[in-house]
Design a protein around this ligand. Sequence first.
Ligand SMILES: Nc1ncnc2c1ncn2[C@@H]1O[C@H](COP(=O)(O)OP(=O)(O)O)[C@@H](O)[C@H]1O
Ligand SMILES: Nc1nc2c(ncn2[C@H]2C[C@H](O)[C@@H](COP(=O)(O)O)O2)c(=O)[nH]1
Length: 249
Amino acid sequence: MFTKAAFRGGWTIFGSRKCLDKVRRQVTWKMTALHPSRSITVAIEGNIGSGKTTFLDHFSKTKGIEVIQEPVDMWRNVRGHNTLALMYSDPKRWSFAFQSYVQLTMLDIHTRKQKSLIRMMERSIYSAKYCFVENMHESGNMTDAEYVVLTEWFDWILANQKVQIDLIVYLKTSPEVCHQRIKQRCREEEKAIPLDYLQALHSAHEDWLTHKKFPTPAPVLVLNGDHNLSDMYSVFEKNRHKILLGQNL
Ligand SMILES: Nc1ncnc2c1ncn2[C@@H]1O[C@H](COP(=O)(O)OP(=O)(O)O)[C@@H](O)[C@H]1O
Ligand SMILES: Nc1nc2c(ncn2[C@H]2C[C@H](O)[C@@H](COP(=O)(O)O)O2)c(=O)[nH]1
């Protein structure tokens, strides 16, 4: 560590005041880099099977980070009804009901009291609307009337509730890789997910996060999610300071 003398007599040890100021800036930046001055929320976005849970598991080991995974188990058991399975089995019939409940559960997460300085949440109310609801409406699985009712709810929530996020980490994983990983994970309800559904969801994420077809509520940090597991951990660590500062440096 730098001693007080070093700072006081900077010119003697560092050769010049300019050099000392540079060192001071670097030390200050390093010291704040892992401890933002206010609470921040980071949303991990990406296709099904893109590696979001793996990302969250990795950072859950860091002290001072609160991790909230997607409430999939709540969607699988709404007072005894598995709405996730219903949606996959008959999307035309169940997309609206399922997305209504997704929107409610995500709102609940966004508005929960934050337990740590840094909160990392799997997906957000934004991707539910801008990716999944858009895809269901475009694919004809949601009627115009259902779409506008969900949009009215969404617009009211944004106008009346605190659902802000400070950084979006976008795990950009190719649909083909997601498809392989979903098979590997073999979640019962997802066994029949076709590649073209993942391709449509990839386009929806790209439309939102890359082409900005819809507002992005925070800076977007794009990480290539196609690497193998050990390389992904290196990618996570290489970007740790950007992720924990809650901004795309
Ligand atoms: N980089 C990777 N390489 C190989 N398998 C991975 C990688 N990341 C995740 N997986 C595996 O793929 C499946 C889906 O990963 P997961 O993190 O659950 O994705 P998501 O939460 O985005 O759906 C899991 O079985 C997980 O162990
Ligand atoms: N139709 C929607 N499905 C959603 C939404 N959010 C998540 N999901 C599905 C996709 C997966 O089958 C499962 C968990 O997602 P992972 O990406 O974590 O595997 O839930 C949504 O808003 N609409």
